[in-house]
Design a protein around this ligand. Structure first.
Ligand code: SAM
Length: 232
């Protein structure tokens, strides 16, 4: 992958950045996403935030190599600390991390979101954490995407401010993804249900403590809830 040609996953994240946005890409590693969006003319200004020195230095090098130092500011910073009020950031992308970490980054920097219009997240796992964070903090899901790259399945959740209610199933699998029920969506949840059934089977012989019984009950509920959408 390079900043002229993004991976399928990052290209899908990029497709949700609106023309003329001022972007902060948090956890930017090589700054591929902002570099590509500036080169494509989608945006003219971005912040690339990275908390780890190695990836931060890769981002600095890449931005310099592309001649984009005037357009892209790379900052060594934890989460939304990379965003300064004078930047005028209206769009945030956080991709390639677990859902709980993305939710923590959003929560820890919640005051930085006041003037932000759109948040684009791509959790590698536990997308539910992002949907929960959104509902609890006055953001609604405006779109979602599911895609497969190198045998891995990724979800993208796009948020804008607003109140919305989602039922338990929508929170778990995503309201837009549920509505569309793509082949990749079915594949993902078949895999999950199979894994829950495997764990449930292994717990059948693990004794009967309260904790084990609770876990079994949770698994049975999830299998019933999600299994129901796979059969019709
Ligand atoms: N966003 C790129 C992508 O999707 O390809 C890079 C993903 S990489 C797997 C995750 C990056 O997030 C790493 O470079 C890591 O150092 C960075 N990261 C993790 N926690 C962070 C935080 N709290 N603030 C900023 N960056 C963070």
């Amino acid at each position: 992958m390079n900043s002229e040609k993004l991976s399928t996953r990052l290209a899908a994240v990029a497709s949700f950045v609106e023309q003329g946005a001022t972007l902060a890409d948090i956890g930017s590693d090589h700054a591929y996403l902002p570099c590509c969006l500036v080169k494509a003319g989608t945006i003219s200004k971005a912040i690339a935030g990275e908390v780890v020195k190695g990836p931060y230095e890769s981002a600095v090098r890449n931005v310099r190599k592309k001649g984009l130092s005037d357009e892209i500011t790379v900052r060594l910073a934890n989460g939304l600390e990379a965003v300064h009020p004078s930047d005028g950031v209206d769009t945030i992308s956080i991709a390639g991390m677990g859902g709980p970490l993305i939710a923590t980054i959003l929560n820890d920097g919640i005051e930085k979101l006041e003037n932000v219009k759109r948040i684009i997240t791509q959790p590698n796992i536990h997308a539910l954490s992002i949907r929960e964070w959104a509902v609890q903090n006055g953001w609604q899901i405006i779109d979602e995407q599911i895609l497969k790259e190198d045998h891995k399945i990724y979800e993208i959740i796009v948020l804008e401010k607003g109140q919305a209610e989602y039922n338990e199933l929508e929170m778990m699998v995503g309201p837009y993804l549920l509505d569309r029920k793509s082949d990749i969506f079915i594949e993902k949840w078949k895999r999950e249900v199979d894994e829950w059934k495997r764990v449930l089977d292994s717990l059948e012989n693990a004794g009967n403590t309260e904790a084990i019984d609770d876990k079994k009950e949770q698994l049975r509920n999830k299998i019933e809830l999600v299994g129901g959408i796979l059969s019709n």
